[in-house]
Design a protein. Structure first.
Length: 411
């Protein structure tokens, strides 16, 4: 790959040195994986600048991963955490300011939330909910202080447990009534949530030197956006990810032979060695052909083609603290465990889907993640599974008639 890039850059240099030799209208094509992503006449170009932008990884504060920078132009972050960025009216993903017409003629003002289609956050991020902002202001877990450093003002929020922090600059706001006049820069910060307050207002994180908090404010004003991680999108890798030598799928199994629609979806529940979702009550299961196998048979595996249920040894590698870190995530009401390879940073998220008990009723959804292995425990006639809940996670054995989730590994 490096050779190809080197040749490409050299060719561009030669191209610009000989632009005059090309016929008028000659086009320059820029391609990714053989597909043209941009083209323009050579006469429009006099140089090319390669610019590397910072990768936004964010920091987790009180269970929510916050970006460290404000949103700038739609779909982008500002360069530095202290930069103000752009100002957005509620549920409007562009920066052309509507002023009072926001209420009179726009389709943005009357939504019950900030719609994903209108969210200006970069890919993998979204505007926070009011509950997530409230967690940022929870004094039991977060400290916050006004910062004034050489004229740079704003609020610093720090997780008490980890010491990780974010800085929100006092960017002020744009006032809808006078068409977008800028006020309060350096003195106040106003940051949107995605949650409506009432028919006219939406929840906003606001602060100044004297304090701050969560409150309602008019939807037509232009406020800053500091996004949180969209965990569903950020974990979605169709080819899976390798963690401690095992390639894991990034979604649960849905209907037999399919994946769930996103990494956040619970998917379906399966009894051990049974590849269909019609639930058998306890006695019926133990009298069935599924109950007494020495392993989960390939013919009964509900995983999509190219994938299979992991062994207990493969789950044990996922739980190895020498190579993998574990974190319980509570993201916009979605809970589950994140497992991250220490060497590569690759991660999977196992949503807390709960499990189906002996009677087929769903239990502990939102609190427990319960995932089958393909391995039986002969001593107790149970089967091994992964359970994680809060700060704890372990491999144990469970009654085979339970309905657990399935997160497959590559064959």
């Amino acid at each position: 790959m490096k050779t190809k890039i080197s040749i490409f850059i050299t060719s561009i240099a030669l191209l610009f040195g000989a632009t005059a030799a090309f016929a008028q209208g000659t086009q320059a094509y820029f391609k990714k994986d053989g597909v043209t992503v941009f083209q323009t006449p050579i006469s429009n170009i006099d140089s090319i600048v390669f610019k590397q932008t910072a990768v936004e990884e964010g920091v987790v504060i009180n269970g929510v991963r916050w970006a460290t920078r404000n949103v700038d132009a739609p779909g982008t972050f500002v360069q530095n955490p202290e930069d103000y960025g752009e100002y957005y009216q509620f549920n409007k993903g562009t920066t052309d300011f509507l002023g009072y017409d926001y209420y009179n003629n726009s389709v943005f003002a009357n939504s019950d939330s900030w719609l994903p289609a209108n969210d200006p956050s970069p890919s993998g991020w979204r505007a926070p909910t009011s509950d997530e902002i409230q967690k940022l202001y929870d004094p039991n877990y977060v400290t916050y202080e006004w910062i004034n450093d050489n004229g740079l003002t704003g609020k610093k929020f720090t997780d008490k447990a980890t010491g990780k922090s974010i800085f929100l600059p006092a960017a002020g706001y744009r006032y809808y009534y006078d068409g977008g006049g800028l006020y309060g820069t350096g003195d106040y910060g106003y940051y949107w949530s995605s949650t409506v307050y009432d028919a006219n207002d939406a929840y906003v994180l606001n602060f100044g030197l004297g304090g701050g908090g969560l409150g309602g404010d008019v939807r037509g004003d232009g406020f800053s956006v500091r996004p949180v991680e969209d965990i569903c999108q950020s974990f979605d890798k169709p080819q899976g990810v390798v963690i401690n030598g095992v390639r894991w799928a990034t979604r649960n199994v849905g209907a037999p032979g399919t994946f769930a629609s996103s990494p956040c979806d619970y998917g379906e529940y399966y009894q051990f060695n049974k590849g269909t979702t019609d639930f058998l009550l306890y006695d019926d299961y133990w009298n069935s052909v599924y109950a007494n196998s020495d392993s989960w048979l390939p013919a009964n595996d509900p995983s999509p083609s190219g994938w299979r249920i992991p062994t207990s040894d493969e789950i044990q590698k996922l739980l190895d603290p020498n190579y993998v870190t574990y974190e319980w995530i509570d993201n916009n009401g979605l809970t589950g465990g994140e497992f991250t390879d220490k060497a590569t940073g690759n991660s999977i998220f196992l949503p807390a889907a709960g499990f189906l008990g002996f009677d087929g009723a769903l239990r502990y959804a939102g609190y427990n993640s319960d995932y089958w292995s393909s391995t039986v425990n002969h001593a107790d006639n149970d089967a091994y599974g992964l359970l994680n809940s809060g700060d704890t996670h372990w491999l144990d054995y469970y009654d085979r008639s339970f309905g657990f989730s399935v997160r497959p590994v590559a064959e």
